[in-house]
Ligand binder design. Sequence first.
Ligand code: AMP
Ligand code: MG
Length: 653
Amino acid sequence: MGSGMTMIPQSQDRSALEQEQFLKILSREEAMARFEAALFPRAIPSETRKLADTLGAALAEDVTAPIDVPPFDRSNVDGFAVRSADLAAAGEGAPVRLALNGETIHCGTAPRMQVATGTATPIATGGPLPRGADAVVMVEHTQPAGPDGIDVRRAASPGQFVSYAGSDIARGEALLRAGTTIGSREIGMLAACGIAEVAVARKPRVAVISTGDELVQPGEMLAPAEIYDTNGAIVAAAIDENGGAAIFLGAIPDDEAKLEAAMRRALADADMLVLSGGTSKGAGDLSHRIIGRLGQPGIVAHGVALKPGKPLCLAVCDGKPVVILPGFPTSAMFTFHDMIVPVLRRMAGLPPRSDAKVSATVPVRIASELGRTEFVMVSLVEGRDGMIAYPSGKGSGAITSFAQADGFLRIDALADQMPAGTEAEVTLFTPHVRVPDLVIVGSHCTGLDLVTAQLAHAGLTVRSIAVGSLGGLAAAKRGECDLAPIHLFDDRTETYNTPYLVEGLELVPGWRRMQGIVFRKGDKRFEGLGAKDAVAAALTDPACIMVNRNQGAGTRILIDRLLAGARPEGYWNQPRSHNAVAAAVAQHRADWGMTIAPVADAVGLGFIPLAEEHYDFALVTARKQRPAVQAFLDALGSNEARAALERAGFRPA
Ligand code: AMP
Ligand code: MG
């Protein structure tokens, strides 16, 4: 596709200048303001629903109590309806005798007789107070006096044990306000007033379309270069979570005519349309072009200073919001929760989400790009005083980072960083986050899952956050985790881990894992050699490409030692995990690298052992007695876990 100017269709009646402004990147705030200005104020369509069908809906109008609740003066206890003045002189030593009237007032019985001076009428809890009575005495505070009388040994104040008419809800009082989300409590209040149906905001019908030739629906087979449509499912669910009724229309290929037809069909039927993908301004990115033909005013923002999420496109077509979310699922979710949910909830007559925001402290400095509002995925853990939000999973393509993330925080466009210790507002992906029972922060190992599996089966939630050994130690020192898995070699003492412990931390031995060189089986350059010779041979072959590891990884220290200053082809390819190294070699992007034996075995690679590494746990002593920590220690020592570790190629300590 050519420049911005050549993109403008001649038939468009808007001037080129006007069109140009939509190619300008807007700030998040400006984009939001334009979107809201084009949509609001607007009437919220409502519908009348039976009480039982209103759960979770937003009340469309104020409800005024049509009756008093209770509707009559009512007894709160089982006892006798009396005139309090009769009992003014009653006491332990001076019982007052009252004559019983000839009726008993049960629930649902309307009294017929008056309580005259010197008399009492038996009354049950919930029974209506008879004329003449102004108080109730409890049956426990009376004694029978013959068949037709009682002795009362206590005085009664006027109104004692009586609920007056309207004392709970008064007729004409505002019972519930418009916009209230209806829960069981609200349903109870309406039922108490005899209201059988109420007007609630009609759920906005939101059509969801995924776009892209590469998309396949879950349940179908993937062909080469195809991926599963993630956004369709996740966006539809998030719409339902926020008061909308999602209508998922599937994935449409990058074909202008097909996409336009689908968008027109969607808008004919729905109140709102959410697409994803196809917003980068490359070939095949069509949806934003089509929007211009669907209604006025059309696109109000295309390109927002967000990271990730820059290609977000916001439009309004004849009163209906049309949104194109970025294709990457995480970018789609950030922008959806941050900018689309508020609009959707407003259309649904719901208040802004309050159950989906928490305040948490950021334990580390987060660098950020100046000029763009940055979204950072975070995992929440319980700190010494309040919640801690760990940044996780940077990079907009990582759907897996959702698994460990509870939500995200936002760094202002004008900030180039968020300093450590900042109290930030976290938007939760799902309301009511459950803080994990056990928090493990440090180096990741596939063996860890084999131990924590037992905890999960026992109903304990475990959060493990991979930040490397040194990051884990720092978190443990700050008391932000229970355990920090580490594998740190100390050159001076030639031992692992122990020299790195400080006051307040103790070592729990974990397991040993063999580090070594991986290569494709049958590669003559490596087969049969020792690690040192294999690397030496690789260095003499200029066609041989390595895959390295990231700075700070324990494995990287071993590689750099072996290379002794050499920088062979592939050195700057520095993935962050054992698995990525194995994948690079298995898929021929590299010929050798260093990883751990179980990972090499799992992919069927050749392996030359180099050194056995100690993967242990720094335990925060102050947290040792926590039940989840004890459960972890039990699991670690169990025969079951030890056997599983051995089967996977680890050697339990
Ligand atoms: P696009 O904006 O269409 O260029 O998409 C950007 C990236 O997001 C590409 O890698 C797409 O394959 C990916 N993507 C787009 N739509 C989806 C979807 N519905 N589910 C998963 N990934 C998607
Ligand atoms: Mg696409």
